[in-house]
Design a protein around this ligand. Sequence first.
Ligand code: PEP
Ligand code: MN
Length: 337
Amino acid sequence: MIIVLKPKVPEIKLQELIKEIEGIGLRVDLSRGAEQIILGLVGDTQSVNTVRFEKNEIVAKVMRVQEPYKKVNRLFKPDGTIVTVAGQDIGGKKLAIIAGPCSVESEEQIIGVAKDVKKSGAGFLRGGAFKPRTSPYSFQGLGEEGLDMLILAKKETGMPIVSEIMDANVLDKFVEDVDIIQVGARNMQNYSLLKELGKIKTPILLKKGFASTIEEWLMSAEYVMNEGNENIILCERGMRTFETFTRNTMDICAVPIVKRLSHLPVIVDPSHGTGISWLVEPAAKASVSLGADGLMIEVHNCPDEALCDGNQALTPEMFDNIMKKLKPLAQLEGRTI
Ligand code: PEP
Ligand code: MN
């Protein structure tokens, strides 16, 4: 249930109303927008009669939220959420560009790629240390050692780092060192992990599961937000379809749909979304035109020798070229890059 208040309500009346709502066992999520204050009521609202609130002198409107996701619902917060990471906004005017290799392979590799992508304008460095691989015989990532290399690259370049967590047993290390914690497509519905991530404040990059609906994706974000962590960035990364040419099929409508349904920032990963390096450029361009708040792009110093996802990795030169081409497109959308 959503309660929209009249403009300029006295603080004391607002506090009285919040107390009344909490008194009947509901939680209040307060959103102070530029124009109005909105109270999001969470809990068993079905049995609550809306009339008791409609009668209140400071209330403009009471609405029931039909969707199963509440806190991530745009109705709860009509102004979009901006997630701030080390002084950089995600969800604001400037597009967030996250670039780096699929997996951290060596100190030299990650520092080299970090310097290159920073020069081209990327704001964040990605690199997997714990890799979710289909085969147990494939390279599994360097684990904590990989994270330490990523931290070195952050020290060298000043770029905030993004890395995937697969298990809550390494959460303390991630909280200490990682600026944005990625939840991969395979873990989008790992509810116990999502609940743990909800108890921290580190921003979470929540990828869409490759066989999940948009509603299921938003419900996963709701799991995180319900525990208290409101710093969530959604990431479309393609889904599994009957098409075999591409690794995944990118849902080009996901961004505008989710931006309508939710206040959370949405970025696109055209690398996993296509799986093919020459398709990353057109898919990235499309994403910017669709209103994405940023991009996550895999860049490797030597894609042919990459230990993971070499087919979709760009060389630093290709990445630089794409960044130049994205600038005028971002401008068309009223954004900067
Ligand atoms: C990745 O970002 O390297 C990754 C494994 O992504 P996804 O979870 O989208 O497959
Ligand atoms: Mn990858």
